[in-house]
Design a binder for this molecule. Sequence first.
Ligand code: NAD
Length: 281
Amino acid sequence: MLDAQQQQLEHPVGTANNRKSIFITGAASGMGRESARLFRQKGWFVGAYDVNAEGLRALEAELGADNCVVRRLDVTDKADYERAIAEFGACTGGKMDILYNNAGIGVGGYFDELPFEDILRVVRVNFIGVLNGIHSAIGLLKATPGSLCFTTSSSSATYGMPGIAVYSATKHAVKGLTEALSIEFRRYGVRAADVLPGLIDTAILPPGTAERAPKEGMFRLIPPIEVAKVVWEAYHSDQLHWYVPSEIAELDKAAGNTPEMVREQISSTMTFAAEVASEKK
Ligand code: NAD
């Protein structure tokens, strides 16, 4: 069965040859691509998945076809996700050391002014896509001692962010899912963790964001390699939530302890997201 599935690949299959392996979604760009590069440098076998086939081809050329398997995958398609996981398993001898659920999209705008289909698209990619990934990959994770189910959440999972309300809600959902699964999956020895990045310099940001970003503070612009380094650290740790930069942890604590105070602070000082929202109108 796996042979037939392998034949459907768009590219020749590399094999892990007993190397550790990571399956990364949203790997054609930003923090997914930086993670693919970093893990390759560390000697890992990389599975790279994205809807951006051109970006994947460039990544494959950089990583070397023997060190990776790249494949177009829309994370919202559960049946195709299962095929991609089976193909990956055929390359790795049925193992997966890290599942990195990272693909995501952002849609800015006031909730009531957005087309409802745009709202659902964010939910499908950012949350249903993560459910699809974990549900499809759990068999390989269970078969791999010390494996990690890692997901990109967001600093917008600390307190609901105006201007990106549904995006923020999907990232809260990912954070809650991670917490629950980090306990459920203990019965298999599989860890679960996530990262809550602040403002990372990637293609997901609306044009002009870099110029307007604060020069200092927790929402300064940070290169995506910093998130990739955290994925590496997370594999070697039992920490549940990771923050990039680390100051985001303070916001998370404050939001938990005094949500009304954080609400007022965000309302009065964080006009940034609302500006993005109004520009999208
Ligand atoms: P990015 O746009 O550079 O990368 C996202 C990748 O996901 C793209 O290559 C895109 O093609 C891919 N993708 C989109 N929809 C897909 C789908 N249906 N199936 C498969 N792939 C799909 O942006 P990024 O910042 O590197 O985003 C990575 C993750 O980080 C996302 O989950 C995003 O929500 C999250 N995040 C980003 C920031 C930031 O400031 N950049 C902050 C917090 C969280």
